[in-house]
Design a protein around this ligand. Structure first.
Ligand SMILES: *Cc1c(COP(=O)(O)O)cnc(C)c1O
Length: 228
């Protein structure tokens, strides 16, 4: 029914493998998060049938019925949208990952609301590499302080950094933006933070992201088509 989803998934995975070779990354070092915001259940079903098990959602109200619908499927759900403080409880209960932590109050709430019978909630700190006022995320200079705070929270596991750069259709300028996050990530690791996740790369900057050492790309349009 949605054979296009399965073909697109195969194409995206092949591109990831090609870019890994082109940019001297270990094979399979970049994992694929399928972003399903504004996409229907049928397309998610098609992706699951093609062995995709990690999905990203931006809006809690939209995500909850999908999470419930696929409750018996062992899906790993990643929250990748802006977080309002009145949504943290459900996010802490229903997701395995949150990529968009950008302040200590939200981190504290997610920690306090993570149910005791679940594993630690995996988090990434969202960074605004373009430092535009309109983008969410903290500035590069603020990362270390927030990282220090997050690692004190026992119910959170700080895994790494995430960014949504300003759009550009030029590979070199996309790489220059993402390079800033790679440098910040490397310097945290040098300081002893045990990180393993660099969440960057969307449909239009996937190649730049693999070149700049992303470990997980978040792809929506290239897999599922335009959002409805
Ligand atoms: C929508 C979204 C994506 C996927 O974007 P595409 O361009 O459709 O691949 C990735 N990350 C975040 C945070 C998003 O909001």
């Amino acid at each position: 029914m949605h054979s296009s989803v399965q073909e697109n998934l195969a194409t995206v995975k092949q591109k990831l493998r090609d870019y890994e070779i082109r940019y001297h990354r270990p094979i399979n070092s970049v994992s694929l998060l399928a972003v399903t915001k504004h996409q229907p259940i049928e397309k998610i079903t098609a992706a699951i049938e093609a062995n995709q098990f990690e999905f990203g959602e931006n809006y809690l109200q939209e995500a909850l019925p999908k999470i419930e619908y696929f409750a018996d499927k062992n899906i790993i759900w990643h929250f990748i949208g802006p977080i309002q403080s009145n949504k943290t409880k459900k996010i802490a209960e229903c997701f395995s990952w949150v990529h968009t932590v950008s302040d200590s109050k939200i981190a504290q709430r997610l920690n306090d609301q993570r149910p005791a019978d679940l594993p630690e909630l995996n988090i990434c700190i969202q960074v605004n590499v373009s430092e535009e006022d309109t983008k969410s995320g903290i500035n590069l200079s603020e990362i270390e302080n927030l990282a220090k705070f997050c690692i004190t929270l026992p119910r959170l596991k700080l895994r790494g950094l995430m960014t949504i750069p300003a759009p550009t259709d030029n590979l070199a300028s996309a790489r220059a933006e993402l390079h800033k996050l790679q440098i910040a990530y490397g310097s945290l690791i040098k300081k002893g933070f045990p990180l393993d996740t660099l969440s960057m790369g969307m449909t239009d900057d996937m190649e730049a992201a693999v070149a700049e050492k992303s470990t997980i790309v978040r792809i929506g349009t290239a897999i599922f088509g335009a959002r409805i």
